[in-house]
Write a protein that binds this ligand. Sequence first.
Ligand code: ATP
Ligand code: MG
Length: 483
Amino acid sequence: MIHLTDKDTKMPLKYDENSKNKNFSEVTDNDDLQYTIASSVEDFNFNKQASLDDLFDELLLSNSIFKNKEFLRHTYTPEILPHRKNEIQKLASILVSAVKGEIPSNIFVYGKTGTGKTVVVKYVGNGLVKKVGGKAFLKTSPTIDCNTGLPKPDLSANLKMNMPITFIYINCEVVDTQYRLLSKLSEYFGQSVPLTGWPTDKIYDVFSQSLDSEKKLVIIILDEVDQLFKKGGDDVLYNLTRINSDLENAKVSIIGISNDLKFIEFLDPRVRSSLGEEEIIFPPYDAPQLMDILEDRSKISFNDSVINPGVIPLCAAFAAQEHGDARRALDLLRTAGEIAERQNAKKVMEPHVRIAKDRIEQDRVSEVIKTLPTQSKLILYSVYLLEKYMPGEIITGDVFNIYKDLSNILKLDILTQRRVSDLISELDMLGILNAKVVSKGRYGRTREISLGVTPTQIKSLLENDFKIKKVSSYVPPIQHKLV
Ligand SMILES: Nc1ncnc2c1ncn2[C@@H]1O[C@H](COP(=O)(O)OP(=O)(O)OP(=O)(O)O)[C@@H](O)[C@H]1O
Ligand SMILES: [Mg+2]
């Protein structure tokens, strides 16, 4: 069913099936059918077709902002990585022993999010494989030639050496258990393993045998390795860092990457020392460095002179505030460009960046809220209800009272007040709640809690959750407020 309006009058029109002439008449308030004006069904279809063609033409012609948006995507590995010379050099100087036929030390790479850890490791890995031959399972998009916009040919297969290198990139956010990791790795060496069911030692044996089938050096990149540890403990890391003693032909070297700086402290000391034989720390970028990164990318992804001079400094400044995150800077620039494009603007201007910033922030918050565990959602919803029905100071005890009621209605286990307090701190860290410690004089210290995002956003996101929906008519009784 097609809903269109009369182009001239903007008045919605409907098709009258019963009329002999098959004319269209105005839509009344009760009608939900809206068709374009036409004297016959054929005419109608023709008009429909023509207007869609026009629309595509218009959209294609108006696309004057981007030259090639692909260069702004996260998966694109640039040919030059400004301000990462030291890190590239350090990594290359450790991995170069592979060229000499030695096993490189295991490396632990860490730094905050968006500091270029993944891109640098893949970049150096690709470079090494190109130099010495071997295979790179790095899941990067092919390097694109900036002049032609086409993928560059991969020459790595042409070079050979005695001890070929296999680079394997694993994202442990996806492959997050010992079982999954070992079965995924076995797959790379042609051994398929059932998705579940085998005991760990069996899968470990199958993996090490498939790995050891020929002489090679295998460099395994475990990106977001903290996720593997959180789900599977450090057994798998312990096993992997010791696997060389079980192998005769192949040798393994591990590069662990993490943005969780505390994670290494929780590892078994033996794993810590073998995984962190070498450590490379990626410092955050400052605003001028982010500007250089953005300048380079914008030249290949935007058309000439479409970016107002203040745009890149503004994107860089916003991203520098967010702990120097290059991903955030690139997202801001891309989103600002998309907004300008949609508005049919000739140039990307500073206001587009500000709108992009709000939109990215909203998307982030929505994503975080949607994926919270139910208990945290209930705590957040309790704060929302308190702000809605009982304006004034909110303390942990108030939240706990409402939370208890909601959990009872939903027949969920009730967490202790202590645990609820911890979850409030986590929501505070995520920026969804504000929990400010205030001194109450002789009554000691307490935390004042408030929403960190708009109530409208909380309401629309949480009341869409099927469990929360069941308590959406709940109104907190007055005695639940302690102050
Ligand atoms: N020096 C650089 N030059 C060009 N682009 C860069 C540079 N550093 C990072 N980037 C780009 O910024 C984005 C984020 O980088 P990357 O994914 O490597 O960050 P990360 O440190 O691995 O972050 P996380 O810890 O969140 O995984 C990518 O799109 C990457 O291409
Ligand atoms: Mg990364």
